[in-house]
Design a protein around this ligand. Sequence first.
Ligand SMILES: [Zn+2]
Length: 307
Amino acid sequence: MILHNTLTGRTEPFAPALPPQVRMYVCGLTVYGRGHIGNYRSLVATDLLRRTLRYKGWRVKEVMNITDVDDRIIQLGKASGKDLRGFTAEHIRSFDEDSATLRMERPEVVPRATDHIPDMIGLVERLITRGHTYTAEGSVYFKIATFPEYGRLSRLDVSGIKAGARVDTDKYEKEDARDFVLWKAKEDEPEWAHWDAPFGRGRPGWHLECSAMSMKYLGETFDLHCGGVDLIFPHHENEIAQSTCATGKPFVRHWMHVTHLLVDNETMSKSKGNFYTIPDLLQRGHRPDAIRYLICAAHYRKPLNFT
Ligand SMILES: [Zn+2]
């Protein structure tokens, strides 16, 4: 089997380190709203991949996380008047519903970020001990200057980045590459979004969540990490930095990324009004198997234009 590896930029043989088991991690949904068909393009592609690996005779252990605490969830949860569990429950239910519609197999482990706060705290402590962090205004930041390989996955030139400049938001562009937050202490956030930690009360950054949950279930080095191309930077770049610096070992052997779904030749977004969910398509009379077929019919690294 050959599979493109984002880390090397080449299509190369894929084989697990400990056959017959393949240990794979997929960045799942951030549950602040209903997933759109672009999210499901990525997830159905990884569903097809896990079935292919099994067909090859390997035993798959797949972990797909549910991000149930991040900037947007806190903002929208606060506005809805609910607490974190109350707000995310509905979106987790709709994710399960859409997964069933698309006949996606349930991964072996589907961990929720808020069930793994102690693991995340442990990871931050390891990074503190190893000298990869600093604290500013109560939050703990990862110092990217301490990891010379930073930028390798996304082919980012980090030479011009000013040491000590930092970023707090979960999502940002390459131009804003700087020290990123591991543990956020923000006073204006509700109590239900914060946890006690030896380095102060706060909550995990999004990137930290995936590093902690993947290594907990798959080990410090595992075979395959998948996600949409939009996750290469900063999310996966930051996952590599945190994990490698905490363990001193390579994090992932093979990186697989799925290209964006376009709608009428444009990237999909709520603000453009070209945003579709699975129920939207069902309502228009499209059959579930036809939707899945459409999503699978284009190669995962080629554009797929939905009209
Ligand atoms: Zn992730």
